[in-house]
Design a protein around this ligand. Structure first.
Ligand SMILES: *[C@@H]1O[C@H](CO)[C@@H](O)[C@H](O)[C@H]1NC(C)=O
Ligand SMILES: *[C@@H]1O[C@H](CO)[C@@H](O)[C@H](O)[C@H]1NC(C)=O
Length: 367
């Protein structure tokens, strides 16, 4: 457990346009039957308000005002006629019992929309505590994740909190040009499988100025993802590991390339810098067969702070396809353990380019 301040993982940058033309038509859920008595279930009201907003020929906004509302389960689906914003000012609460939810794997989903915004300073509370651990320590596929974004293009999620999801907090799939800013994720350290944000098959996804503390993985990037930028994100408390690329042995062919980890502060993190191509928890795979994923052009630059494990830098590449173009510069990590040996590195099947100043020897090149 530890804190990892991901000051900048930068692949590309752009300027966010905030220009707004005509004011949006507002569809307030109170007009559709939602009450602000703290107990009101807004499933139907939100669904109806959204349907009208989605059919509006001009920019529209669905408003969930301040207050506490129950929401059973909902999929808000486009395509819509114009840009739609959902402004959540209040707190929306899930059912405690996931058996009452359809097993489509999500609590609230947003799908097939272009120019979609989710905003407002509000909270989605997944009511996770009773669900955590119901599958033992294992990953529990049938539990719903809090927020799913599928096939969203030109989207913005800002000033939103996801709290105590029953499973992963956010899943982004098949989306393009989607930005998260000032996004907060919170779940206690003992929650199970409450990963922060997972994405796959997506392009140009940005996560910035955000705070993710879940007791599990912070941000994970799965297959088919390109042009991902993560900057100024605080991760923790969370799982062990700081910045990590992992691939299974005996895997399908694939590649991971052009990754820059830069300007990151580690605060008592176990395994702060890792490439692990023999990732095989609980011996679920044949660890003797090499990974077929090719890792190239990866740099770790200006990473500093404290390591909770003696091995602060571990570059364990595939024996079948060694890593290429790995660059390590300016690593300043100290081990915090009592017996306090100096922090170490472990390297196999990699010959990194090493430059700058280091507080530890990296792959045999002394500090
Ligand atoms: C990336 O997405 C942002 C919105 O999040 C958009 O403003 C920008 O133009 C996109 N960049 C490219 C190269 O498409
Ligand atoms: C390595 O990555 C950088 C940044 O993504 C890119 O500009 C560069 O062309 C890549 N180099 C190679 C050899 O692929």
């Amino acid at each position: 457990m530890g804190n990892l301040n991901m000051a900048a993982l930068m692949l590309i940058m752009w300027i966010v346009s905030t220009a707004k033309a005509t004011p949006a038509v507002v569809f307030d859920v109170r007009k559709y039957g939602a009450k602000t008595d703290g107990k009101s279930d807004i499933t139907e009201a939100l669904s109806s308000a959204f349907k009208e907003a989605c059919a509006s020929a001009t920019t529209s906004k669905v408003l969930i005002p301040k207050g506490t509302f129950q929401l059973r389960q909902l999929c808000l689906k486009g395509p819509c006629k114009a840009a739609v914003e959902i402004e959540v000012q209040g707190t929306v609460i899930a059912q405690t019992d996931s058996n009452k939810m359809k097993t489509d794997g999500s609590w609230v989903s947003f799908k097939y929309m272009d120019r979609f915004t989710l905003s407002g300073g509000g909270t989605f509370d997944g009511q996770g505590p009773k669900a955590w651990g119901t599958c033992g320590k294992k990953y529990c596929k049938q539990l719903p994740i809090n927020l799913r974004f599928k096939s969203i293009t030109n989207g913005l999620v800002k000033d939103i909190t996801s709290k105590d999801s029953k499973q992963f907090h956010v899943n982004i799939m098949s989306s393009k040009n989607l930005e998260f800013q000032r996004f907060t994720i919170s779940a206690p350290p003992e929650s199970l499988n409450t990963d922060g944000i997972h994405m796959s098959r997506s392009q140009n996804i940005t996560i910035k100025n955000s705070n993710i503390g879940t007791g599990d993985d912070c941000i994970s990037i799965g297959q088919g993802s390109q042009h991902i930028t993560i900057s100024n994100v605080k991760c923790g408390p969370g799982h062990d590991n700081g910045v990590r690329i992992k691939t299974w042995p005996a895997s399908f062919e694939g590649s991971v390339k052009d990754v820059i980890y830069e300007d990151i502060v580690m605060n008592n993190v176990a395994n702060p810098v890792v490439i692990d191509q023999v990732y095989c928890p609980a011996n679920e795979c044949n660890a003797k067969l090499p990974s077929k994923v090719k890792i190239s052009n990866v740099s770790f630059k200006n990473i500093r702070g404290t390591s909770a494990t003696p091995v602060a830098v571990k570059l364990d590449c595939s024996s079948g396809i060694p890593c290429q173009g790995v660059e390590v510069a300016d690593i300043d990590l100290t081990y915090t353990g009592k017996e306090a040996p100096a922090a170490l590195s472990e390297c196999s099947h990699v010959m990194p380019k090493i430059s700058g100043k280091h507080s530890l020897s990296i792959c045999g090149v002394s500090a």
